[in-house]
Structures are given as structure tokens and as C-alpha cells.
Design a protein around this ligand. Sequence first.
Ligand SMILES: NC(=O)C1=CN([C@@H]2O[C@H](COP(=O)(O)OP(=O)(O)OC[C@H]3O[C@@H](n4cnc5c(N)ncnc54)[C@H](OP(=O)(O)O)[C@@H]3O)[C@@H](O)[C@H]2O)C=CC1
Ligand SMILES: CC(C)(CO)C(=O)C(=O)O
Length: 309
Amino acid sequence: MREIKTVALIGLGAIGSFLASNLHGVLGENLRIVAGGARKERLERDGIVVNGVPFHFRVVAPEEETGYADLAIVITKITGLSQALEDMRRQIGPDTIIMSPLNGVESEERVAAVYGWDRVLYSLARVSVVMDGNQVSYNSSRASIEFGEKYNQEPSERVLAVKHLLESAGIRPVIQPDMEKALWMKFVCNVSENQVGAVLHIPFGAWNASEHANALRLMVAKEVIDIARKKGIDIDDDYAVRQLEQLKKVPYANKPSTLQDIEHGRKTEVEMFAGTVIRLGKETGVPTPLNEFLYHAVRVLEEKNEGII
Ligand SMILES: NC(=O)C1=CN([C@@H]2O[C@H](COP(=O)(O)OP(=O)(O)OC[C@H]3O[C@@H](n4cnc5c(N)ncnc54)[C@H](OP(=O)(O)O)[C@@H]3O)[C@@H](O)[C@H]2O)C=CC1
Ligand SMILES: CC(C)(CO)C(=O)C(=O)O
């Protein structure tokens, strides 16, 4: 069986730290975090503390010649993806598998445009991770990575290799039969939960505590489900309703990554959420007034952070 012995990861933020802290146990120095300049210095000096455990990973600069990695994980925010793909160039050889478990439905296309579809595996992260400074926390019993080829009736050799690696590292692997559909189902959640959560400044617990918050979540989700269906991706109308059962299991005070971005004064991924929905709504003929509202509302929050307002 194909074996993954070396992993290069770029983006040691919330999700990157969740992945790296688990992979480090099986890979040790064969896990390399790619980061340059002041970022490299900071990561080497401060390390990362995940669920109370301190880690100092091996950090390599983008220009360092380390040899190719068997698996490259790109997990920056969408706003940093283009630069990260450039910075990973020395890690990526002819047989390197690349996974980009960012939110949204388009990161794989962006990776493929640079490195080709034959290197890309689809993936997404089903976990809520909170990061403040170098402190990271998440609930390990509720964390999984969904991944695979576009369709996975018979898992390919490289899918089985990634499954084996994740299992050995203690990360729950889920091979979805249809990864395109899985990405869209997560997209429904992110567009509704992240954006409504950020604009109203409410944590995950609010969806269950407030019928009004939940009503807004469902209305926004409907726009995405309608677009998915127009694109031939079969997500039923009640999917977002059922999602409430999953949301009840997320710690009450956890915040979606978009709200964390606003609170930390960072640019959000609104372009990838509402921006994509508005664009695809026009292409498929689905009206998206709620996403138009959210797009501008999140932009206003960014402007407040930038001191424009
Ligand atoms: N947080 C969560 O619970 C979840 C997030 N996601 C998704 O996962 C993706 C990542 O999110 P998240 O982990 O929260 O994001 P973070 O902002 O916490 O982490 C991104 C990291 O990438 C680093 N980075 C950016 N560019 C580079 C570069 N060129 N070289 C090296 N490092 C770089 C940033 O460093 P620096 O800080 O120095 O800029 C930062 O540490 C997003 O698409 C998000 O939507 C998915 C599921 C859950
Ligand atoms: C935690 C979760 C799953 C919420 O939708 C997420 O993807 C995010 O915060 O970006």
C-alpha cells in the first residue's frame, strides 16, 4: 500500500494546528510547517498550545530545499491561498497529493489551476476550532476530516493512504461517496452560520437558544440549497433544518471562524461565502437578497475594524 511518510502543511492557524498537533505524533520531524520571515520566527519562538499541550513543530522557509512531501496540506484562509500555493512550490513533486480543507466550494479548483487535478484530493474539516494568540482549542470527540476523490464508490490507492495516515494520527477520516456534494453541504452551513453569526455577533449556542436566530440561519441556507439544486447537486430542503441537531453538539460559546476574524480585526472570507453565492445566484437564476445583505453587512464590520467608520 502507498504510504505517506512526509507531510508539508502551510497555515498553522486554527485548523492547521488541529491537524499538525495530531500528525506530529506519528510523523515527528517529517511533519514540516512551511512559513517564512517573521511568521517563521514567531512560530519557532512561541510554538502553539493545542488543548493545553505545547508544540514546537519543525518550521521550514518556502525557499528551503527539503525534498518533496508525500502529502501537502494547504490550510490558510481563502485570502492567503494564492500566496500559500506559491510558497509550497518546493514541497510539491510529481507524486505529491495536495489537500486544501478550506471552507467554500472552490479551493480545489484554485489548487488544480496551479498544480493540476492529478495531484488534488477534495477535503473539508468538520470541526469547530477556536484560536486566540497561540492558544488553540477544539473538541476532539467531534472532529473529522471528510475527503476523497470527487466520487469514492471504490476508494483509490491515495485515498486509502490518506485514510491510514489520519487514522494513525487519531484524526477521524470520513470518505464521502460524493465529495462535491459534501463540499456543498458544508457550504450551506458556512454561508448561513458563519455570516449570520458574525453580523449578529452570536455563538453557536444561539441557533438552539433563539428561534429567531435559527429562522435567519434557515432563510440564508435556503438560497444556497436552491443554487446547489440548479447545479445538479441534490441537497434536500430540510438539510439545514436537520443541521440544528449537529449544532446542538458544538460547545455553546464556540464562534464560527468569520466571527473570530471580525473579533481579531482580520479580513473575513465573505467574498468566498456571500460573494460566491451572489455570483452563482446570477449564473443559475436564483435570487440571493439575503446574501447580498450579508455581504454588505460583513463588509461594514470589516470597515469598522479598519477605522473607515
Ligand atoms: N476555525 C474553524 O473552526 C474552521 C475553519 N475552517 C476553514 O479553514 C480555513 C482556515 O481557517 P482557520 O484555520 O480558522 O484560519 P486561521 O486564520 O486561524 O489560520 C490561517 C493561518 O494561515 C497562516 N498563513 C497565511 N498565509 C500564509 C503563508 N503564506 N505562509 C504560512 N502561513 C500562512 C496564517 O498566519 P498569520 O496568522 O501569521 O497570518 C494563519 O496562521 C478557512 O477556509 C476556514 O473557513 C473550516 C472549518 C472550521
Ligand atoms: C465551525 C464551522 C464548522 C461552522 O460552520 C466552520 O466551518 C467555521 O467556523 O468556519
